[in-house]
Design a protein around this ligand. Sequence first.
Ligand code: SF4
Length: 158
Amino acid sequence: MMDDPVRDPWYQGGLQFSCTQCGNCCTGAPGAVWFTEEEGRAMAAQVSLSEQEFLDGHTRLVGSRRSLKEIETSHGFDCAFLDRDSVPGKALCRIYRARPSQCRTWPFWPTNLSSRRAWEQARAATPCPGMGAGALVRVEEIRIMRDQDQLDNGSAPW
Ligand code: SF4
């Protein structure tokens, strides 16, 4: 009998993940951090700005969508909300409680979960020391994050 990758994916037994706050997933090559309108409002509120002030000051247009801005540093293109100064050796998110789904669901993105090989490639390429370490994340939780990311990526651009 053939395996059913939807009902019985390769990560059926769960995956280990525990963030070390290294910041590697928030930097690197130029990229985009997408967010929904609702997430934009939440981030604006977190930094005590109006929606328009937030969009003007902290985001940029990439094609027809808005992304959070990046700042070029010695580490790479850091998310503009990455804080490397407050805690020595750690990279923290200044808007952690309001961070968008793209950040909340890392590394359980559909692309990374498409195969064990894709997962290993993402772990090496980021590189993310949290993938494959620490607490076991159950398949039910992985599915929720995977599907949330897919949903938000398909949502209307702002
Ligand atoms: S790369 Fe992995 S361990 Fe480092 S901050 Fe991102 S999720 Fe955490």
